[in-house]
Design a protein around this ligand. Structure first.
Ligand SMILES: [Zn+2]
Ligand SMILES: [Zn+2]
Length: 104
């Protein structure tokens, strides 16, 4: 999965912790490359309880890794901003989601 913001691809896996950050944006799991992590306009979803952006998204749920709060993705809650994700990315995410959920 490339960086959602600049499209950079992760290089060969390194030992230990990856410098790439995982986050959730528009209730989809995204990866952020080390370069983009330095920016302050990443527009990631944040936890409604503690405000952390250290979230993971899985099977329709979003979980905060800071405080442990869990909520449903696609809850219909208003998303901040009106920026559409890149079409290619959204289609890719949608297809992956459909596979996970077993939809045709
Ligand atoms: Zn990037
Ligand atoms: Zn939290």
């Amino acid at each position: 999965m490339p960086c959602y913001r600049c499209g950079a691809r992760q290089t060969d896996p390194v030992r230990g912790a990856s410098p790439w950050q995982r986050g959730v944006r528009n209730e989809s799991q995204v990866l952020i490359c080390p370069d983009c992590q330095r920016l302050h306009d990443l527009d990631l979803d944040s936890c409604g309880t503690c405000g952390s952006t250290a979230l993971i998204c899985r099977l329709g749920e979003v979980e905060c890794r800071s405080c442990g709060a869990v909520w449903m993705a696609r809850s219909g809650a208003p998303l901040t901003g009106s920026v559409e994700p890149p079409p290619g990315l959204s289609a890719e995410v949608e297809a992956a989601l459909n596979r996970v959920l077993g939809r045709a």
